[in-house]
Design a protein around this ligand. Structure first.
Ligand code: NDP
Length: 256
């Protein structure tokens, strides 16, 4: 499969010299789930801060707003990556390499779904599918892209969690698969924080944000742009002391 990957359309577009030089100095972030919502706003925030943004999403051909944003700012085109599909993860990695990317300063696991609501009605298949997208995907993506992260001088790895994952706060009340898989994701954060050296690993709560997902539980108070500005500053300020911590977009510690 690796050979056939090297023959994708990316091969016919070798990165031009000035792009390569820019890549060597600019910081680079890879974000999952950039087609809409917080992921799209994150892409915009990091572009505005001067980063090279590797924006990934399930279907780049359908992500019109993202494509327009990337084009406007002369960023590389969106990369197809479905967190529930290992083939797309491997192909995304190959695409990024073929574009000449040699280090990742930040890997941001943003993509997520809510899944079945009711613990009394959900099926195994529904819970498994939610787990695959929200937990297994970030694990496989991290494993795949780790060599690029390790090549950066001060790499950071951020997993988008939610305050709803907090076990202290969970006494039912719907959003079952969402809460349970995000709690598991927090466990994954602790595993990576302990088992991978030289990378600062965070669980992030973005606030309650005006997106399809955020507004599904009521009118969310926070704009995606405000959330992403806060997350940017919080992540920039994160040091070794924050490794394995659960914090929100304002840098406040969240209780597990
Ligand atoms: P949205 O539902 O608005 O957007 C979700 C994004 O994830 C979309 O881009 C969607 O892509 C993508 N996505 C879903 N499944 C996959 C997949 N299998 N592979 C790749 N991408 C996928 O949600 P938000 O923007 O609000 O949420 C982003 C993250 O923030 C999530 O992890 C969520 O749990 C978290 N969060 C959000 C809060 C809020 O208030 N909004 C609060 C706390 C946490 P597509 O367009 O293809 O469906």
């Amino acid at each position: 499969e690796k050979l056939s990957l090297l023959q994708t359309d990316e091969c016919s577009e070798p990165p031009i010299k000035d792009q390569q030089e820019k890549m060597a100095t600019q910081r680079t972030i890879l974000i999952t789930g950039c087609s809409r919502g917080i992921g799209l706003a994150l892409a915009e925030e990091y572009i505005n801060r001067g980063w090279q943004v590797l924006a990934t999403c399930r279907s780049p051909e359908r992500a019109k707003e993202l494509t327009a944003l990337l084009k406007k700012h002369h960023q590389p085109p969106a990369v197809a990556l479905d967190t529930a599909d290992d083939g797309t993860i491997l192909r995304a990695f190959q695409t990024v390499l073929q574009r000449g990317v040699r280090k990742l300063d930040l890997l941001f696991h943003n993509a997520g779904i809510s899944g079945p609501e009711d613990v009394l009605k959900a099926t195994r298949a529904e819970l498994d599918a939610t787990f695959s997208t929200n937990v297994s995907g970030p694990m496989v993506i991290t494993q795949t892209f780790l060599p690029l992260l390790k090549a950066a001088p001060q790499p950071k790895l951020v997993f988008m969690s939610t305050i709803m994952s907090s076990l202290e706060m969970n006494m039912g009340g719907g959003m079952m698969a969402y809460r349970v898989t995000k709690t598991a994701l927090n466990g994954m954060v602790r595993q990576f924080a302990g088992d991978v050296s030289g990378v600062i690993v965070l669980a992030m709560h973005p606030g309650w944000v005006q997106t399809d997902l955020g507004n599904s539980v009521g009118p969310a108070p926070l704009s995606p742009a405000a959330s992403c500005r806060g997350m940017y500053d919080t992540i920039e300020g994160a040091t070794r002391a924050h490794n394995g911590k659960f914090i929100d977009y304002q840098g406040q510690k969240i209780r597990w």
